[in-house]
Write a new protein. Structure first.
Length: 400
């Protein structure tokens, strides 16, 4: 039986404090409010055993990327840790795997009554403290304001884009040796100037990186120049006024995002549709983004799959559906590791272990999100899920 999605959402919103979301293309969806939550407990992260050696991953990734001018590669002191490791300072931005939080503004925690439409347990500040350097959000226009909204603002509103950017800027102000990437979906096709004005009002534009056409610089040189923020936005045109706001699909290609089973992950190009293969996009200089999150179907509606998250976010390279397995598959198909990876519930796994393994590093200076006392006692929200599903199906029956 196929139900009317609009009617179900409307009734479910009345009957339940939680909401159910249909999937969106992650070419910029999801974000996280940074307000209030702070990471705690600095820990060192160790890598686990991989089928290939981590040094092979790093060298293969470096050799497969586009050429870079000598001036873009600048050595920095190995006493400096760039993105939590001295080993990354002299590596090009394009030769680092950046782990990211898919739908990072949309939380499954006490602030949203453990909404089962939430894709993360922890907000942007926590994600950054835990080592993630890619944050994604989906933006809609609400009463003249650019707002982080999951599918619609009635479904799950993660706050204004400006407040989200301000929280990230505050973190970057305090962490001066870190390069951060943002990925934003422009759901309502707003002009680049609308985004530019919000970036300026938040103050984060001062960190904006503008490509110069000579290839991607090293993390160390971006840090030295204090151009430490790379921003990709879907569905915008290039702008000389806001040259640091980059049209996503001129620089990045993505794998499929609507995956419903752990055997469904693949490395084929899904977007942009102007390329018929991932190898063609890579040859043209596009950076690969590997989407790695799964959905569960509830009737005609899909929600983030949390029941298999221990497998989905596992660094193991021999388990179907595991993050490590998917990454290694793409590494073999592309002859380079993914530049960007997006996951749900990043703290499970934890997903950052896979990025560390690919990058060949032992990271320092991070906090462990699982130490937080701000998350509900049952962080996976399973008790809330049951009530939400009852409300959902009750609404469906009433409206058929």
């Amino acid at each position: 039986m196929v139900f009317s999605l609009r009617n179900i959402f409307t009734a479910a919103a009345v009957l339940s404090a939680t909401a159910i979301a249909a999937p969106q293309g992650p070419g910029g969806q999801g974000g996280a409010q940074g307000g209030g939550q702070q990471g705690s407990g600095s820990v060192a992260t160790t890598t686990s055993s991989w089928a290939p050696t981590t040094s092979n991953w790093a060298s293969a990734s470096a050799s497969a990327t586009s050429t870079t001018s000598a001036s873009a590669v600048q050595a920095v002191s190995t006493s400096t840790a760039c993105n939590n490791s001295p080993d990354l300072c002299d590596r090009q931005y394009s030769n680092v795997t950046h782990m990211g939080a898919h739908d990072s503004a949309f939380l499954r925690d006490a602030s949203t009554d453990n909404s089962i439409s939430g894709n993360q347990y922890f907000n942007a500040t926590y994600a950054l403290n835990a080592g993630l350097r890619l944050l994604q959000t989906q933006v809609h226009l609400l009463n003249g304001t650019l707002e982080n909204c999951h599918t619609t603002c009635d479904l799950l509103d993660g706050g204004s884009l400006e407040s989200w950017l301000s929280a990230i800027k505050d973190w970057m102000d305090e962490n001066t040796d870190e390069v951060v990437t943002l990925l934003i979906v422009n759901s309502d096709d707003q002009d680049v100037s609308d985004f530019g004005s919000v970036f300026e009002s938040s103050g984060i534009d001062e960190y904006g990186y503008t490509p110069d056409g000579s290839g991607w610089p090293t993390l160390g040189s971006m840090i030295s120049a204090n151009t430490r923020l790379v921003t990709f936005i879907a569905s915008i045109n290039s702008s000389t006024t806001y040259s640091y706001l980059l049209p996503e699909f001129e620089y990045v290609f993505e794998t499929a995002y609507d995956v419903r089973s752990l055997s469904g992950f693949n490395c084929s190009i899904d977007r942009p549709t102007t390329y018929d293969s991932a190898s063609a996009a890579i040859s043209d200089g596009l950076l690969p983004l590997m989407n790695h999150f799964a959905y569960s179907a509830i009737g005609s509606v899909e929600i983030p799959n949390v029941s298999d998250i221990d497998t989905t976010n596992s660094p193991d390279t021999n388990t179907t559906g595991a993050l490590g397995t998917h990454a290694y598959q793409c590494y073999n198909e592309w002859a380079q590791a993914p530049t960007f990876v997006l996951v749900d519930f990043y703290s499970e796994g934890p997903a950052i272990d896979t990025a560390d393994n690919i990058n060949g590093i032992t990271a320092t200076g991070r906090s462990d999100s699982s130490d937080s006392s701000s998350v509900a006692a049952n962080p996976r929200g399973l008790g809330v899920k049951t009530g939400a599903l009852v409300a959902f199906f009750a609404a469906a029956v009433l409206l058929v």
